[in-house]
Design a protein. Structure first.
Lengths: 293, 317
């Protein structure tokens, strides 16, 4: 009765012995299904990297590695130059995050609070890019990055090719703008009467009040760069500059399977760790997205 | 609120009253300064949008009608790019594959998360565990999921066939067979992405008022009837939204076919975005790539417009 709102099946049905039995059967089935469908592949990957090349290719396969060899992981680390590629990804993601936080926040603040002339038109133009799926425009975007208009510079093989386009993220900008719109007017006006400039207000009034939305935008920004594949594949032809996602695919052709699997595990760790640490916020953010549109 | 009231009051009552309105020229200068400041804040973001969103969108349309080779001046060629692309046998394959992929992803990738969310919503234990586990694949980099499944689909010691052997079922060619390749990729995409759909749908289910189920039960509705007459109508909007989002996402599929099958076997998994990539980076035919992009853009733009329309009207209601 006190266990929250009622759902499809009534608490009374569940309280009956038959209902109880059925409930626990379904519950066990779902646990097993989830373990097999979502956890087992991950387990298979993590242990596959510990097996010897012979053992990985064996039929029927072994559930547990016969000997726990770490050489798959150490080989991947050295042979595939994982520190360098992980470092590239980290630099690209961190830069994209910083650029987005600075420029998207400033632009959202301006659109929300400073009333620029034609602000509505600008916002409309930004929102219109939501209708244009990003991937469909990669080729002209690539041509633009390869030869920037007016200054005729190429950003290819430069992390700026990730950082600057990341700022053109209508979703994050709109998220920030909507949050700023809801900040109480009087607090900002009070700060203004106290003589604070616009930048000062943004820095010491708006941003401290916006921690939740800044957290969401930060996670989105980091995850987007870390997971991206097609764009970095196009922009980084220089092997030494490639992020881990591109390097994994490029190197997957001629590397031993166990070493590749180990590299895949290592490449997954940062995002999975981020998820496990911030799971409550991430899941709440996704769930809220549905009701707020 | 009270704080600002206190602060504002003296400004209107105490000795130095509101300063007299400044002369018109001064005011105009003030307004100009305000505008400059507003655009100063806006500038960085605006430039990035102009360079990497608006300009490429225009350029896609322009280059679609040009012969474009980087480094040399473009030539206008009319609709030659479109006719060339349309006559490419891969063009038909790519669109057929993309549409089949989208449809299969809707059937499999939409039905499963839907049922899963329904069941999860009834469970009263280990809620956090289920949510974390179902979302875990989403956080694994897509390239890793693709490589992982490529290994599973290995005809020799791959996990997929090992499982079939274990169950004494006939083995399959999976991603290596012409007629099973596409569905194999749909399975990967579903596994990797359904976490988001489940979570969003779960949140929508939780907003259904319990009285509706109670009333339906009193009226004698059984389980399936309750799903049909309460759950589905109550979440119709979210279902539609998620569907459109998924259509838009799956029509841009690239990583799975690129990594797992390379578009093969026999073009069975070439998708539109993959073909765009090939035109640009293998054939060096940027005009053709942009012509294809424009076609994809128009179709996806239509879906996006519907999606935005729906979310907008819901927001107003």
């Amino acid at each position: 009765m006190t266990t929250g709102t009622r759902t499809l099946i009534s608490p009374a049905t569940l309280a009956r012995p038959r209902g109880k039995a059925l409930y626990w059967t379904v519950f066990t089935a779902v646990v097993v299904l989830f373990a097999l469908a979502f956890l087992f592949p991950v387990y298979w990957m993590a242990t596959g990297a510990l097996k010897s090349p012979d053992e990985v290719a064996r039929t029927p396969p072994t559930l547990l590695p016969e000997h726990w060899r770490l050489s798959g992981y150490t080989d991947a680390w050295d042979l595939m130059e994982l520190p360098r590629h992980l470092g590239n990804t980290l630099v690209q993601a961190a830069g994209a995050w910083a650029f987005q936080l600075v420029f998207c926040t400033a632009a959202a603040y301006s659109l929300s609070k400073l009333k620029p002339a034609f602000g509505k038109v600008v916002l409309g133009g930004i929102l219109a890019t939501l209708m244009v799926p990003a991937q469909a425009l990669v080729v002209p975007k690539y041509l633009t990055v390869a030869d920037l208009p007016l200054i005729h510079t190429s950003l290819l093989n430069d992390p700026l090719a990730i950082w600057l386009p990341a700022v053109a993220n209508a979703f994050n900008l709109y998220l920030l703008k909507r949050f700023f719109d809801q900040l109480p007017r009087d607090v900002l006006e009070a700060a203004e009467i106290d003589g604070a400039g616009k930048l000062r207000i943004l820095w010491s009034v708006v941003l401290p009040m916006s921690r939740p939305v800044l957290g969401v935008v930060s996670i989105f920004a980091l995850v987007a760069v870390w997971q991206d594949f097609l764009w970095p594949l196009m922009v980084f032809s220089d092997t030494g500059k490639q992020p881990i996602s591109v390097a994994l695919v490029q190197l997957s052709q001629n590397i031993q399977l166990t070493v590749l699997i180990a590299a895949m595990v290592i490449a997954s760790i940062p995002m999975v760790a981020l998820f496990l640490v911030f799971q409550r916020h991430i899941i709440a953010g996704i769930s809220a997205g549905s009701t707020k549109g | 609120m009270t704080k600002t009231a206190e602060r504002r009051l003296p400004a209107h009552t105490a000795v130095p009253p509101v300063p007299a309105p400044p002369p018109a020229g001064d005011r105009r200068r003030r307004r100009l300064a305000d505008q400059l400041r507003a655009y100063g804040f806006l500038l960085g973001g605006l430039l990035c949008f102009a360079l990497f969103s608006w300009y490429p969108a225009i350029r896609a349309v322009v280059i679609a009608f040009q012969k474009y080779t980087p480094g040399s001046p473009p030539e206008w060629v009319g609709t030659a790019n479109f006719t060339r692309v349309l006559h490419d046998p891969e063009f038909t394959a790519a669109w057929r594959n993309t549409l089949t992929f989208t449809l299969l992803a809707l059937l499999i990738g939409f039905a499963i998360p839907f049922v899963l969310a329904l069941v999860l919503n009834e469970l009263r234990h280990a809620k956090a565990f289920f949510r974390v586990v179902v979302y875990l694949p989403v956080m694994i980099p897509p390239v890793v999921s693709a490589l992982l499944w490529k290994w599973f689909y290995d005809p020799g010691a791959g996990l997929a066939n090992e499982t079939l052997r274990f169950l004494h079922l006939p083995t399959s060619n999976w991603s290596n067979g012409t007629d099973t390749a596409l569905i194999s990729l749909v399975i990967v995409a579903t596994w990797a992405n359904m976490g988001g759909t489940v979570l969003i749908y779960l949140a929508a289910l939780q907003s259904i008022p319990g009285e509706l189920y109670e009333a339906a039960e009193l009226d004698g509705a059984n389980l399936l009837q309750r799903v049909r007459h309460v759950t589905v109508p109550q979440t119709r909007f979210v279902i539609l939204m998620l569907m459109l989002l998924q259509i838009i996402a799956t029509m841009q599929v690239f990583t799975e076919p690129f990594v797992i099958t390379g578009g093969g076997p026999e073009n069975a998994t070439v998708t539109v975005l993959y073909l765009i990539y090939k035109y640009a980076f293998l054939y060096n035919d940027f005009g053709g790539a942009c012509a294809l992009s424009v076609m994809l853009l128009l179709l996806l733009g239509a879906f996006s417009a519907v999606y935005l329309r729906l979310t907008r009207s819901e927001g107003d209601a």
